[in-house]
Structures are given as structure tokens and as C-alpha cells.
Design a protein around this ligand. Structure first.
Ligand SMILES: *[C@@H]1O[C@H](CO)[C@@H](O)[C@H](O)[C@H]1NC(C)=O
Ligand SMILES: *[C@@H]1O[C@H](CO)[C@@H](O)[C@H](O)[C@H]1NC(C)=O
Ligand SMILES: *[C@@H]1O[C@H](CO)[C@@H](O)[C@H](O)[C@H]1NC(C)=O
Ligand SMILES: *[C@@H]1O[C@H](CO)[C@@H](O)[C@H](O)[C@H]1NC(C)=O
Ligand SMILES: *[C@@H]1O[C@H](CO)[C@@H](O)[C@H](O)[C@H]1NC(C)=O
Ligand SMILES: *[C@@H]1O[C@H](CO)[C@@H](O)[C@H](O)[C@H]1NC(C)=O
Ligand SMILES: *[C@@H]1O[C@H](CO)[C@@H](O)[C@H](O)[C@H]1NC(C)=O
Length: 388
């Protein structure tokens, strides 16, 4: 009985000490059968970390304040309990060595919107429990920056430098990697080699990179999702996602989602051997040719790419297509047989084009499945009957 009372008292005490933490707002929330103390200090013009935050706090949101690097020393007070720390959109230019060293349970760290001068192996120390590192952005990353973060499985990172070490991610076991190369003109051929057994989802925002090496994704056999966003690339190597004749590289041939934005033109056989591809987005491509082979693609987003006219056999390989976006593709005409192969289309977006005429039977083959059809912002003068 007295033990029960003691536990109750302890619990009430925790709850109590999580009640008032002006100027922040503290709350106890229930998460996975545990009670967690959260402190919302977001957007309060803070120039230091308030002393009123209880040391047993689990979640602290300090986003959108004016904290500087020197102010982070106080983080040492939060030991043992802290799992989730949001420092996004402050004025942090370096992570003082040891400032996070006591947060041994830290799971999620958000640093979005701060530009650090330099990150090295002392910046994080041993955050063994860290799963998710969001928005780390630095002008320089030392090769060993992340060597002690073996528990990490998600990272989003912004490289401010021209050169990036190809070993920067070695030791990591990331499932998801979002990278933004702000200024770099090339990315190292072996940068992603670390992820052979782990990488599932990769996002490359590479505005200034002019070409990708054919081996960029070599060995990444469990990769499911790739996004490439660029402005300077003429094309991609045709063997970027599959091996060619006389080449036995293990390649990511089980991709489910591919998004390519801003490459000038794509090789015709880029998607050969992809049997699992379901979601394909090819945006802002100047010279677009669709793969002819049969595919399982369910969602096809071509918005922003230049099409003008789509020939009669364009969609023959896309029998399972349900969602088709051809908004802003400079389309001038749709023939009555263009959309014929599509038997189960549910959403069709043809908006913002120069289509003058829609033939009567253009969407007849999907008349029983279509639920949304957008032809706004075209030059259509006369819609008689679309036979739907
Ligand atoms: C702060 O980051 C956490 C993740 O660490 C997120 O859940 C939360 O929404 C963020 N808060 C703001 C205001 O962006
Ligand atoms: C960050 O702090 C510096 C002074 O250390 C100041 O000059 C600068 O304007 C601040 N930036 C922002 C975005 O608040
Ligand atoms: C088609 O893509 C455009 C972006 O270009 C987007 O604004 C629009 O919402 C998309 N259509 C649908 C139906 O999702
Ligand atoms: C439609 O065509 C006109 C004239 O050819 C051109 O100026 C305009 O940019 C086109 N609009 C779109 C949305 O492609
Ligand atoms: C498509 O249009 C052409 C003439 O423009 C016509 O000969 C043909 O029968 C039409 N096909 C269908 C399925 O309506
Ligand atoms: C066209 O209309 C659909 C359905 O209302 C909508 O989802 C889509 O976003 C629209 N497209 C654009 C470019 O606004
Ligand atoms: C609109 O199309 C229908 C069927 O094609 C035709 O009978 C009608 O004359 C057209 N109207 C105008 C104003 O062009």
C-alpha cells in the first residue's frame, strides 16, 4: 500500500512539475502507455532556454526563436529523459562539444533552418539512441562527422560546400536519406555505397550537378524510392537503375517510386527491368519519351514536362494506370485513341494546356472508372458530349 502511494505521489509530482513552465506551455501526454512531459516553447522570441522547463521533460520544441550556439549549454540539464528536441529556425552556427552529451535517450533532433559553420565528430558525441536527424546544414562537414551515430535511420542534410567526402556516411545504417547539395557541381561516385543493406529511400536535390555517375546507385538492391531534383542535367546514364550487357553490378531493380524533376531528356531504356514500379513522376523534362514496355505503373505525373502532342501508342504499356497528370505540358491536342489503352483511369488532369478540341470518345474507355477530370485553362471552345 505504501509503495503504491509512493508511486502515485511520484507520478503526481511528475505531472505537477510538468504543468507550469512559462513562457512555454507544458503538457503531459500519453504515448504508447507512457506519460510524457512536453514543453512547447516554439515562436516565443526566446534568446535563452527557459529555466522553468522541468529537467524530466521528454519533448522540447524550441523552434522559431533566437537561440545562438552559446545558449545551448543549458541543454546539459536535460538528462536521461529527453527524446525529442526541436531547435529548428534559430540562429545556431555551431553545436558546442558536449552540449548534447547527456541526452542519452535522444531520438529525434531537428536542426532545420540553422546554418552551421562546421560539423565534426565532436558535434554530436555518442548519441546512440538518435534515430532521426532532421535538417542538418553546414558549410563544412568533416569526413568523421557522423561516425558515432550508428542508430540513425533517417537523415536530411544540406551541404553548403563544393566538395563532399565520399566517406561521410560510412558507418551509418540509414534507411532514408534526403540530401541537398546547394552548390556542388558533382557528387562522389561512391557516396551511397554505405547503404547497400539499408537504404530504402533516397532523395537527391542537386540543382548544380551536371551529371550522375552510372554507379551512383550500384549495389543498392533494396532501394524502393528515388527522387532526383536538378536544373543543370542534360540526361541520366541509361544504366543508372539496372545493369547493362556484360556488366554484373547488383542494381536497384525493385523500385516502387521514382521522381525525376528537371533533367532535360531521359534515355528510353532508363526503366527497363523495373517490375515493381508503381509511382512515376517525370516533371519539367524538355524532351520526354515514355518507356514502351508493359508496366505496373499506377500513378503517372508528367506535369510541367513538354509534350505538345502525344502519339497514339504512348500509353500502350500503361494498362494499370489510375492517375494521370498532364497539367502544364503544352499539350495542343488529344486524339480519340490516345487515352484508349487506359481502362481504369480514375483521375485525369489536362489543365493549363492549349487543347482546342476534345474528341467525343477520348475518355470513353475509362468511362466507368473516372472520378475526376480537369480540363480547365485550355482553349476548348466546344464540349459537346464526352460520352461518359
Ligand atoms: C519540431 O520538430 C518536431 C520533430 O522533431 C516536429 O514534430 C514538430 O512539429 C516541429 N515543430 C515545429 C513548430 O515545426
Ligand atoms: C543571427 O545572429 C547574428 C549575431 O550573432 C545577427 O547578426 C543575425 O542577424 C542573426 N540572424 C538572424 C536570422 O536572426
Ligand atoms: C497535377 O500536377 C500539378 C503540378 O504541376 C498539381 O498542381 C495538380 O494538383 C496535380 N493534379 C492532381 C489531380 O493532383
Ligand atoms: C498556348 O499557345 C500560345 C500561342 O501559341 C502560347 O503563347 C501560350 O504560351 C500557350 N499556352 C500554354 C499554356 O502552353
Ligand atoms: C477517331 O477519329 C477518326 C477520325 O478523326 C475516326 O476515323 C475514328 O473512327 C475515330 N475512332 C473512334 C474510336 O472514335
Ligand atoms: C484539377 O482539378 C483536380 C480535381 O478538382 C484537382 O485535384 C487538381 O489539383 C486540378 N489541377 C490543377 C493544376 O489545379
Ligand atoms: C459543337 O460540337 C457539336 C458536335 O461536334 C456540333 O454539332 C456543334 O455545331 C458545335 N458547336 C459549335 C458552336 O461549334
Amino acid at each position: 500500500m505504501s509503495r503504491l502511494l509512493f508511486i502515485l505521489a511520484l507520478f503526481l509530482n511528475t505531472v505537477y512539475s510538468c504543468e507550469v513552465c512559462e513562457p512555454c506551455e507544458c503538457n503531459v501526454i500519453r504515448f504508447r502507455r507512457r506519460f510524457l512531459c512536453t514543453a512547447d516553447c516554439s515562436d516565443r522570441d526566446l534568446t535563452s532556454i527557459p529555466g522553468t522547463i522541468p529537467s524530466e521533460v521528454h519533448v522540447i520544441d524550441l523552434s522559431y526563436n533566437d537561440l545562438h550556439s552559446e545558449d545551448l549549454a543549458r541543454l546539459k540539464l536535460f538528462t536521461g529523459y529527453l527524446t525529442d528536441l526541436n531547435l529548428s529556425y534559430n540562429n545556431i552556427t555551431y553545436l558546442p562539444a558536449q552540449s548534447l552529451s547527456t541526452a542519452t535517450q535522444l531520438n529525434v533532433l531537428n536542426l532545420d533552418g540553422n546554418i552551421l559553420e562546421k560539423v565534426d565528430s565532436t558535434s554530436f558525441g555518442h548519441l546512440k539512441q538518435l534515430h532521426k536527424l532532421i535538417g542538418i546544414h553546414a558549410k563544412t562537414f568533416e569526413e568523421n562527422s557522423f561516425e558515432n551515430l550508428e542508430g540513425l535511420n533517417y537523415m536530411s542534410i544540406v551541404f553548403g560546400s563544393q566538395e563532399v567526402s565520399e566517406n561521410i556516411f560510412s558507418h551509418l545504417k540509414l534507411k532514408t536519406l534526403h540530401t541537398n547539395f546547394k552548390t556542388a557541381k558533382r557528387i562522389p561516385e561512391k557516396l551511397l555505397n554505405f547503404g547497400i543493406d539499408t537504404l530504402v529511400d533516397i532523395y537527391l536535390d542537386v540543382p548544380n550537378v551536371e551529371s550522375l555517375h552510372e554507379n551512383t546507385f550500384s549495389g543498392l538492391t533494396i532501394l524502393k524510392s528515388v527522387t532526383i531534383q536538378t536544373e543543370m542535367m542534360q540526361t541520366l546514364p541509361s544504366n543508372l537503375f539496372h545493369s547493362g550487357v556484360n556488366d554484373d553490378r547488383k542494381m536497384p531493380v525493385n523500385l516502387v517510386t521514382v521522381m525525376i524533376d528537371g533533367v532535360k531528356s531521359l534515355p528510353r531504356n532508363l526503366f527497363d527491368k523495373q517490375q515493381s514500379l508503381k509511382h512515376l513522376a517525370l516533371n519539367n523534362i524538355e524532351d520526354l519519351i515514355l518507356p514502351k514496355s508493359e508496366s505496373q505503373v499506377d500513378t503517372l505525373d508528367l506535369s510541367g514536362s513538354t509534350l505538345y502532342r502525344v502519339s497514339a501508342d504512348w500509353f500502350t504499356g500503361f494498362k494499370n494506370l489510375r492517375f494521370l497528370n498532364m497539367s502544364r505540358t503544352k499539350l495542343v491536342e488529344v486524339n480519340n485513341d490516345t487515352l484508349m489503352p487506359l481502362l481504369s483511369l480514375t483521375v485525369l488532369d489536362l489543365s493549363y494546356n492549349n487543347i482546342t478540341n476534345l474528341p467525343d470518345h477520348s475518355i470513353q474507355s475509362s468511362q466507368n472508372t473516372i472520378v475526376a477530370f480537369n480540363v480547365s485553362h485550355n482553349q476548348i471552345r466546344n464540349i459537346s458530349s464526352l460520352n461518359i
